[in-house]
Design a protein around this ligand. Structure first.
Ligand code: G3H
Ligand code: 13P
Ligand code: ZN
Length: 304
């Protein structure tokens, strides 16, 4: 059975650690992150974006995750990431996701409140929790590219949470999606985060949190990738963000980079091997390793 995202995150909020949210698109990514969770006894929030649903189908992804919950003992929740299409949100609620995100960050404040409130009423009727977003996280998500970052206003955040009844809030403090997070110096507004947590006493979510590990980048480049200018969030900033109140941390890019580097390596080194299992097996192991690193960093090891 799928676990409740709310239960997982309320415990993390009480005990002050963060739970990994891993984006999944296929079986190998799912198996890699689940093995990491099992090895380190960590709760997991597995997430499907609208893009991954178009790629693999909601039923397929749901069934894969549901199977993982039956084969393991750790709490595994399934979450809709960056839901914008209300039809997809309704489908996720109907099929039995643990939680949905309504991403109204592109909307004016009042409109964001109205639609988030509507989604909350649909979801809560079925016992499903809702993540909402205020402010904008930069970078590339599906069709939204290079948006300017608008930091979350702590006072508005309090009003937003009270008026919408959402369960978790995604905050914009300078992170962005993808592998190109900063052009120069790392600049995260930990001060804003602290202020939000003082006003909004609920689990907070950090998107665009990938580290973009140099070792993985170098490995991918060794086998032909062009990743010039990539830069992620340093571990020290992640630790500080957890201290300042983040309880759910989203990682997709780091998984993609690890997968890419592993696939490139096999394809380049073994040009005569065309067995997909030999190509994707090492990618699954690479995903597991990255996921284990994230779990250790977030402090969710042993919290299952
Ligand atoms: O937040 C964005 C995630 O990395 C999902 O990316 O929309 O390309 O699946 P995607
Ligand atoms: P990254 O691109 O930093 O992995 O962020 C993923 C994310 O926020 C998914 O919602
Ligand atoms: Zn995101």
């Amino acid at each position: 059975m799928l676990a409740s995202t709310k239960d997982i995150l309320l415990k993390a909020h009480r005990k002050r650690y963060a739970v990994p949210h891993f984006n999944i698109n296929n079986m190998e990514i799912l198996q890699g992150v689940v093995q990491a969770g099992v090895n380190l006894k960590s709760p997991l929030i597995l997430a499907t974006s609208e893009g991954s649903i178009s790629y693999a189908g909601m039923n397929f992804l749901y069934s894969l995750v549901e199977t993982a919950t039956r084969l393991t003992k750790i709490p595994i929740a399934l979450h809709l990431d960056h839901g914008r299409d209300l039809k997809t949100i309704k489908e996720a609620i109907k099929i039995g996701y643990s939680s949905v995100m309504f991403d109204g960050s592109h909307l004016p404040f009042e409109k964001n409140v109205i639609v988030t409130k509507k989604v909350v009423s649909w979801a809560h009727r079925k016992g499903i929790s809702v993540e909402a977003e205020l402010g904008t996280i930069g970078g590339a998500e599906d069709d939204i590219r290079s948006r300017k970052i608008i930091y979350t206003d702590p006072i508005k955040a309090k009003e937003f949470v009270e008026r919408t009844g959402c369960d978790f809030l995604a905050v914009a403090i300078g992170t962005s999606h993808g592998a190109y997070k900063f052009a120069g110096k790392v600049a995260l507004r930990q001060d804003i985060l602290k202020e939000i947590k003082q006003k909004v006493k609920m689990p907070l979510v950090l998107h665009g949190a990938s580290e973009v590990p140099l070792s993985v980048v170098r490995e991918a480049e060794k086998y032909g990738a062009n990743l010039k200018g990539v830069q992620g969030i340093p571990d020290t900033q992640i630790k500080m963000a957890i201290k300042n109140g983040i309880n759910k941390i989203n990682t997709d890019t780091d998984l993609r980079l690890a997968f890419d580097a592993a696939v490139r390596k096999v394809v380049m080194k073994k040009p005569k091997d065309f067995d997909p299992r030999h190509i994707l097996g090492p990618a699954r192991e690479a995903i597991q390793k990255v996921a284990e690193d994230r779990i250790r960093l977030f402090g969710s090891k042993g919290k299952a």
